[in-house]
Design a protein around this ligand. Structure first.
Ligand code: ATP
Ligand code: MG
Length: 251
């Protein structure tokens, strides 16, 4: 990795970019991943590069949803593998659920590299190398999924996912938790729970919430999930961006 000065004001974002570049060089991440990261960074500016109150609330609900799911799974693409492999591995291990490699620009070689990378990062259950089912409504490679994973899970965490695939999972009756910095994206608009936060902050935060809520009785968690309104959370995320803009304009 290129040496990035720790005191640089954009340190965290420069490190993230560098991780994506390393991911591309290792064959984990697609070149399109660079553009996705750039779009995310833009929205990170808008939210003030911090976890907002609405993102914190969505993360708590997501934790309750993962803890109460019959079968949950975390979908991993090339950007997630490059940015947060050990973080998603820790989260999946703590919930005893699989990580499923699931690529928009699928190549068998890249799936294998990501799966190996996740195992090297400590993940105990990694699937996706031998898909044996198809998500209805998607064309060939994008439809591939695994039984015991995304195909039959009732809750799917999709950190950074395309809107179409998010919709196709919802159409199968699943609960979908998205991590997406853009509250206007189709993914964020459609998901059951949208965490409008940077993946780098959201995954450790989600792991901490899972730990905290894991001692709560099931009815308490079900109540949290039951009263949740994603439209309200997205509206709050937009209001937070608006008030951030207002503060900047008043400077
Ligand atoms: P759609 O409307 O289909 O959902 P999109 O604008 O979300 O389209 P994608 O190809 O899904 O387009 O783009 C990736 C999404 O991931 C963007 O919305 C971007 O804001 C988000 N994103 C990228 N990097 C990060 C990150 N590190 N943390 C959180 N979100 C990110
Ligand atoms: Mg999207």
């Amino acid at each position: 990795m290129t040496d990035i000065p720790r005191l640089h004001p954009r340190y965290a974002s420069l490190v993230a970019r560098e991780k994506i570049v390393v991911g591309i060089n290792k064959g984990l991440t697609s070149q399109q991943g660079l553009i996705a990261q750039g779009r995310g960074e833009c929205f990170d500016y808008f939210v003030g590069e911090k976890t907002t109150a609405s993102a914190q609330e969505a993360t708590k609900i997501a934790a309750a949803m993962l803890l109460t799911a019959g079968q949950a799974v975390i979908s991993v693409n090339g950007n997630v593998a490059a940015l947060a492999a050990s973080e998603v591995a820790d989260l999946a291990n703590s919930l005893d659920i699989p990580l499923e490699v699931n690529l928009f620009h699928r190549s068998e070689e890249r799936v294998k590299k990501i799966a190996d990378h996740l195992r090297a990062a400590g993940a105990k259950k990694v699937i996706g190398e031998t898909p044996n089912a198809k998500i209805p409504g998607l064309e060939h490679a994008r439809a591939l999924a695994t039984k015991g994973g995304i195909y039959d899970a009732d809750a799917v965490l999709i950190p950074l996912e395309d809107g179409d695939r998010c919709e196709a999972l919802l159409a199968m009756g699943k609960k979908v938790i998205a991590i997406d910095l853009n509250p206007f994206s189709r993914t964020a608009q459609k998901a059951t729970v949208s965490i409008v936060d940077n993946l780098l902050r959201a995954i450790p935060n989600l792991a901490a919430q899972v730990k905290e809520l894991s001692t709560k009785p099931r009815p308490v968690l079900e109540e949290l999930v039951g009263q949740y309104d994603n439209k309200e959370i997205l509206a709050a995320a937009v209001r937070e961006i608006q008030s951030h803009f207002d503060k900047e304009a008043a400077k």
